[in-house]
Design a protein around this ligand. Structure first.
Ligand code: MG
Ligand code: ZN
Length: 438
């Protein structure tokens, strides 16, 4: 059996997500920073609320549509293999490559796996938990690859809060990445997942220990690495403090389901713009985003009642050539920034970039056009968010201005609230909830 698989999508699901993309996971570290906790147990198998850490990671990756894994093991790798075998019991496929007796470092391990790598693949750190939109990363990479980039690095703006900053991301461009440099002037940290082309890996010298960070530093300096800023926080268990924080997060999520208000975006939070077949359309440029008067204030009141605020939005603009894939999220980020400026933090925003028909001549990438499980009125975005945040759907609402929104609410089992020309306003809904009437 080889690690290659060119099936366009997993046969068990109609969703044309990133299931065909290989996921390479670096697991060979000695875990010295964890001390006793990792002396006899590999980090992947460290107990988190009764389960091995990497089993929890796999749950999240599966929910995001990932199915094909290549684990690059080293220290205590035989235990990892014994625990996960070929993945069949988990509904995924897992292949392995072991470092052997001499640790090769992250770069050396990846170089040694070269014959097993697909033309492009996700690269993850095995001690990180990242429940994020992998399809978005992959599609943004394909966009930048057409401009000559060989990798895309996900970034988190942490201002040294979570980790020491190591990347400079300015005007949407990654201009510097250096783990070892003085972090002055750097506000971002690499998030722990990249999309990488195989030909970049071939640059690493063979049969010698190497650090992947050096390759990425040099490739970034040459302009070969694109950046993608994510707003989700990430979790890693490489040190005792963060490991305990992750355990508390998992415990809390299971013990205390949250309530949420799911929010349609265009026509509910922000104004639509003129255009499109129906006379109105989504904004496709950040500068065209205008909040609906009163929306920020209404969201503030909902938040004060303890609801998570989660945007779920259909954005087929790229399938029709109206926007690039990165533009879809630039506009989404702009909505969140405008709300943040009004004192409202959106907890999460999930985007469906697909459309069943699209305009094939104008669509920039294969796979965006076709049926999916996330376009409202399907409940996919709501289900993904509920699993990620531990949401009690029966205690939650969805507010939207279209039939698709109401249909998604019904399919997901949350209460539907219609706003816009055929309904009320977000403010009226917030008032009703505050008075205990909704
Ligand atoms: Mg709408
Ligand atoms: Zn979709």
């Amino acid at each position: 059996m080889t690690a290659r698989d060119t099936r366009p999508q997993d046969a068990t699901t109609p969703y044309a997500g990133p299931g065909h993309v290989q996921v390479v996971v670096l697991m060979g570290g000695l875990a010295t920073r964890l001390g006793d906790a990792a002396r006899t147990v590999p980090k992947a198998l460290i107990d988190v609320e009764g389960r091995p850490f990497f089993a929890i990671v796999l749950d999240a990756l599966k929910r995001r549509g990932l199915r094909r894994f290549l684990l690059l093991t080293g220290h205590l790798g035989d235990q990892v293999r014994a625990a996960f075998v070929d993945g069949a019991g988990l509904g995924v496929r897992i292949d392995y490559r072991d470092d052997g007796p001499e640790p090769l470092g992250t770069g050396g391990a990846l170089r040694a796996a070269l014959p097993l790598l697909d033309e492009r693949f996700f690269l993850l750190y095995g001690d990180s938990y990242m429940d994020i939109d992998y399809e978005r990363l992959y599609r943004e990479h394909l966009h930048h690859e057409r401009e000559g980039r060989a990798a895309l690095m996900s970034l988190y703006r942490n201002d040294d809060a979570l980790e020491r900053s190591n990347a400079r991301f300015e005007g949407g461009r990654l201009v510097r990445y250096d783990k070892r440099a003085d972090p002055a002037g750097m506000r971002h940290v690499d998030f722990g997942v990249s999309v990488v082309r195989r030909d970049l890996v071939a640059r690493i010298p063979a049969n010698t220990p190497a650090d992947l960070a050096d390759l990425m530093r040099d490739a970034t300096a040459e302009g070969l690495v694109a950046g993608c800023e994510l707003r989700d926080r990430f979790w890693e268990i490489g040190r005792p403090g963060p490991l305990e924080a992750f355990r508390a997060y998992v415990r809390d999520r299971a013990a205390r389901p949250r309530k949420a208000v799911f929010l349609d975006r265009d026509g509910t939070i922000n104004e639509q713009v003129r255009g499109g077949a129906e006379g109105v359309d989504s904004p496709f440029r950040p500068e065209d985003v205008r909040l609906i008067p009163g929306a920020a204030d209404a969201l503030k009141r909902l938040k004060s009642l303890g609801y998570l605020l989660i945007v779920v939005t259909n954005q087929p603009g790229a399938t029709k050539g109206k926007a690039t894939v990165p533009d879809l999220w630039r506009v989404d980020d702009r909505v969140r920034d405008l709300l943040a400026a009004e004192g409202v933090a959106i907890d999460d925003s999930l985007v469906c970039p697909h459309h069943p028909a699209g305009v094939p001549d104008r669509c920039p990438g294969a796979g965006l056009i076709g049926p999916c499980a996330c376009r409202k009125p399907a409940p996919g975005l709501i289900g993904t968010a509920a699993a990620k945040h531990g949401i009690d759907l029966a205690a939650s609402f969805l507010v939207g201005d279209s039939d698709a929104d109401i249909g998604a609410a019904e399919a997901a089992g949350v209460r539907a609230v219609r706003v816009g020309p055929n309904g009320g306003t977000l403010s009226e809904f917030a008032d009703r909830l505050l008075q205990g009437e909704a």
